[in-house]
Write a protein that binds this ligand. Structure first.
Ligand SMILES: NC(=O)c1ccc[n+]([C@@H]2O[C@H](COP(=O)([O-])OP(=O)(O)OC[C@H]3O[C@@H](n4cnc5c(N)ncnc54)[C@H](OP(=O)(O)O)[C@@H]3O)[C@@H](O)[C@H]2O)c1
Length: 316
């Protein structure tokens, strides 16, 4: 089967011809038709998790995917051949991922049925980014009447954070560079938009929201960047959440703030919830860039260079 993989940590991703996996007991094989691209994918290729888990090489990149169930091993009852499914397919110890024609999963994995009307590319754009967004908004306790700042709002995760926070009745301030991105953020429900390329975010935020915000959800900045926002967070009682491990939780607690270094945990149950929200038109997941599987290396480079306005997906 065709796949895009790396030969070792830090190696360039390449198109390879690799053996098709065979489902064992409790496993099913999915014929993938699309893969979602996440910053996590290149971080894994560079060795983000090398101390935490064994990696087999060549390592097929990618977690997110969508396709049809091709065959099932013994004991699998929730899925049948032909079912359209989407979810997370990364198996580092076996070197398997979603930038591939076939991937394995079990019923315990974050894999669920796709709604009938959804395209494979659309479904592949959802799993990691949108589950992270959902979990972040829940973990931060975003509630009606609060003001929430989303930093990194125009990327794969941010676009859904903005919508989930708005749905909970919060007033959302979103970062966005440029007029088109600003218009998009307003369309998704942001009531204030600030351009992070035009000076310190905290200054612009305090101009727009002189009373500050209750919650910050920061998807991109380092510890220094996150700390620079603290003068604009309500104290006591405010919350600051990061996907970069950039929050000093102890330091924040001393200042009467809640700090969260968020780590996503996907589930089939949450994927089913998200599929229903998308099907009902209550959640939009915009695709910024589509490419063929063979162009995965350049799609990764493109995403890595910044400027995402939604998700990147690969057609398989
Ligand atoms: N901890 C977890 O469980 C978890 C889960 C999912 C994702 N993540 C991480 O979260 C981060 C975001 O993921 P993603 O998929 O949303 O990435 P993405 O699609 O690349 O989006 C990043 C967005 O942030 C914007 N941006 C970059 N620098 C900025 C800044 N200084 N201020 C404001 N906006 C800025 C970018 O636009 P411009 O370049 O135009 O500014 C882009 O729209 C990644 O580092 C990812 O690895 C962590």
């Amino acid at each position: 089967m065709r796949a895009v993989a790396v030969a070792d940590f830090g190696a360039e991703p390449e198109v390879m011809d690799l053996p098709e996996p065979v489902p064992g007991p409790g496993e099913f094989l999915v014929h993938l038709r699309a893969a979602g691209v996440n910053p996590f994918d290149w971080k894994v290729a560079e060795g983000l998790l090398r101390r935490a888990v064994h990696h087999a090489f060549p390592l097929i990149l990618g977690s997110d995917g969508a396709g049809t169930v091709h065959s099932v091993g013994g004991g699998v009852s929730a899925f049948r051949p032909g079912d359209r499914v989407y979810g997370q397919f990364l198996r580092l110890p076996q070197g398997l991922g979603s930038y591939s024609e076939y991937a394995l999963a079990t019923e315990e994995d974050a894999v669920a049925r796709m709604p009938d009307g959804m395209l494979f590319t659309q479904a592949a754009a959802v799993p990691t980014a949108t589950m992270t967004a959902y979990g972040l908004v829940e973990a931060a306790g975003v509630d009606a009447g609060q003001k929430v700042l989303v930093v990194g709002a125009t990327g794969g995760v941010g676009q859904s954070v903005v919508q989930f926070a708005r749905d909970r009745g919060a007033a959302v301030a979103a970062t966005a560079a440029g007029a088109e991105a600003e218009e998009w953020m307003r369309h998704l429900g942001a009531s204030a938009v600030l351009d992070h390329t035009r000076g310190p975010i905290v200054e612009r935020l305090l101009e727009l929201c002189p009373d500050g915000v209750h919650t910050v959800i920061d998807l991109v900045q380092d510890a220094e960047g996150v700390a620079s926002l603290l003068p604009a967070v309500h104290r006591p009682g405010g919350t600051v959440a990061s996907t970069q491990g950039a929050v000093d939780t102890g330091g924040l607690a001393e200042r009467g703030l809640t700090g969260i270094n968020y780590s996503n945990r996907g589930s089939a149950r949450l994927l089913a919830v998200l599929a229903d929200l998308i099907d009902a038109g209550r959640l939009q997941v915009r695709i910024d860039h589509e490419a063929d599987l063979a162009d995965a290396p350049s799609a990764l480079t493109r995403l890595r260079s910044g400027g995402a306005r939604g998700k990147t997906v690969l057609r398989i």
